[in-house]
Design a protein around this ligand. Sequence first.
Ligand code: CA
Ligand code: CA
Length: 260
Amino acid sequence: MYKVVVIVMWILLVPGIVQAACSIGANPLNVNAKAVPGQNVKITWNLYNIHGDRITHVVVGAVNLPDGWGVAYSPELHDAAYNVSGVLHTVEENVGLEPAGVVDAVPANPPGGVDYVRHPQGDGYIPVRPVGITLAIPDDVSIGDNYKIEFEATGNCFTGAGAAVPGIATKLNVNVDIVAENFSEEAVSEVCGDGTDNDLDGLVDCEDAECWDEDICKVTPEGGGITGFIAANAPWIGLVVVLVVLLVCIGFVRKRGGRV
Ligand SMILES: [Ca+2]
Ligand SMILES: [Ca+2]
């Protein structure tokens, strides 16, 4: 029984140790931005190492930067020196992510370059090293165009001999919509009498309830319809009615034998 327990634990633990050597997490994973031609878009990409047991040396880069676009990172890519098991090494990185677990509360004096973000799936705060990404959009992009730019953070860890394995990566998808500089938004009403459905509800001018109180849409004697017809032809209608009544009376009297 003892052997069985030991073997099972060994199987469970070994993959965990290997995978935990180098770890990188990121937040956010997707960014949507609206920008005008020539504008800079600034993104903060928070990188963290809550599952590793080595410092993860991270290089950030754009996978598919469009032609003419610029990009800058803060911190910039630089050579950093590390004492690895008594031997000095330099490594190129934007940030070095120390292994640091989730904490219950944000420390009063966090280490330099470290921020804390709320854990998205649980309680507590994740210590992160933010990398600022500034996208410089050229002036000649067109209004309405859409760009999907992918960034990648690649991490490596030193092992005992100074080799940096394994390489791991995480990605950030940035969606940029190019919009007009003079943005405006206002409600549109029906204009009564221009022959156009101005507010796009399918009803033109006086068909639209918005116009029913306007003089141009009120029914008048000259405006047509049954009411207008009667009002406009009242004298003639009255004369016809009188003649009909008179003829009916004459017919009635003749039928009774009288003469008029
Ligand atoms: Ca109209
Ligand atoms: Ca309308």
